[in-house]
Write a protein that binds this ligand. Structure first.
Ligand code: CA
Length: 220
């Protein structure tokens, strides 16, 4: 799952990026509101982490522009502005949740998972596809009740495919989900992770539609 972090404070930005990468997310980081708008237009993010006090374009102004343009991505505001009036402004501008600095990185992780869950329209913390169960919070996967160990990339790949079973995602789409800008990607990286997922889950779980992409079979 790919997230965009919009934060001009180098210490906080680095800490948040590192913490969320440690949880298996792909995290791109921009330092101002204009760069953020360009990044959102060009990349398939699933959630934005937005600081409000930003150079070039304020976080509230950015959020208002995104929402006015029809963007519905979940937005978690992270900011030092803890006055009630600022929180209300943020929520009114279209933020989905609010975290006041300094915050606990575990709480940040939990709020990110909650927003992603809500975005998928599921209240349940686990995703079920037939005998396959995935818990995004605990990073666990079971198949027929048996635990399956996946690397962080394999887990992200599985989560991407789980969003819409039966709908193929191309190699390029999967690559965009799995890797941020500053990460070197081997040309066959997606295939390597697909191969590993097939080996661990069984080849019948990760299907290939020739020339189109990969998908999980819809379960009866
Ligand atoms: Ca700031």
């Amino acid at each position: 799952m790919r997230l965009l972090l919009i934060e001009d404070d180098p210490m906080i930005g680095a800490g948040v990026q590192q913490a969320l990468r440690g949880e298996g997310y792909t995290v791109d980081w921009v330092r101002d509101g204009v760069a953020a708008e360009l990044a959102v237009a060009d990349n398939p993010y699933e959630l934005l982490l937005l600081d409000l006090g930003l150079p070039r374009r304020d976080g509230i102004a950015l959020l208002q522009r995104l929402r006015a343009g029809g963007n519905t991505l979940p937005v978690l505001v992270i900011t030092a502005r803890d006055a009630v009036a600022d929180r209300v402004r943020g929520l009114d501008a279209g933020a989905d949740d609010y975290l006041v600095k300094p915050f606990d990185l575990d709480e940040l992780g939990a709020r990110v998972r909650a927003l992603l869950r809500r975005q998928r329209g599921a209240a349940a913390p686990t995703i079920t596809l037939g005998p396959l169960q995935v818990d995004p919070a605990a990073h666990t996967v079971t198949l027929h009740g048996e635990p399956i160990r996946l690397s962080a990339r394999e887990f992200s790949l599985l989560c991407a495919l789980l969003e819409q079973p039966g709908k193929p995602l191309s190699r390029a789409q999967l690559e965009e989900r799995l890797y941020g800008w500053d990460e070197e990607v081997e040309s066959n990286a997606v295939e390597v992770h697909i191969h590993a997922l097939r080996r661990k889950l069984g080849a019948e779980w990760v299907r290939n539609l020739r020339g189109v992409g990969y998908y999980l079979p819809v379960q009866a």
